[in-house]
Design a binder for this molecule. Sequence first.
Ligand SMILES: [Mg+2]
Length: 262
Amino acid sequence: MRKIIFTDLDGTLLDHDTYSYAKAKPALNIIKKNKIPLVICTSKTRVEIEQYRKKLGNKHPFISENGGGIFIPKKYFRFRFKYNKEDRYYFIIRLGAGYKRLLKVLSSIKKRYGLICFHDMSVDELAKDAGLSREEARLAKRREFDSAFRILNPLHEKKILTEIKKRKLNYTIGDRYYHIMGNSDKGKAVRILSELFKREYGEIMTIGIGDSQNDFKMLDNVDNGYLVMHKNRRYSSKKYLKAGDIGPEGWNKAVKKEVQVD
Ligand SMILES: [Mg+2]
């Protein structure tokens, strides 16, 4: 049976502070050797994910911006399937809302409650706020389906989130930022992509690894869903399998356990 791994990046495969995946290398080598598809499923943008795919030598489909878009390299699957857009490299399945609409809603909420979104931050400000290099911050700002923001006064959290729901949009809470989005989520994207993998390989077994609330729907839609620990050695929920360690170290343990069984 073919195994497929879906993974979050920030705080999961990548260390929360340093964005390093060094501690996950042993497991990354095993899955590469065994040709196990590793599907990145993150709140990051397409251009940010492309950087990591390059570093990891990853040629598999990926899910950007919390399920806003699914990018499938051309010729990856041997059959035809429905998609919304294509470019030179990918067939793109779009699940997210338009970015302009999201910004409009955020700016109307901002007038009443304090918040700051990626769009308002300069490259330098974002680099400092998120601990990214200037180049990484530039790529992080190139959003297509989901806008990240920070709430300035925690007492306004509930009101801001209610305003988002009132406008028939959704939010999710990531490692560092809140995200506003349309009706897309990581779970929907994982379901669609799993169906395509099933058509390609027949029977499959899916594994998901995340760390935060924005990963729960991804974990709900795989066979074995793992959480890695946060830096404080806590899990963000008790509902899922425990990776047994923090971030990339936990990732390494969970993947080793899953792929060395047979
Ligand atoms: Mg995360």
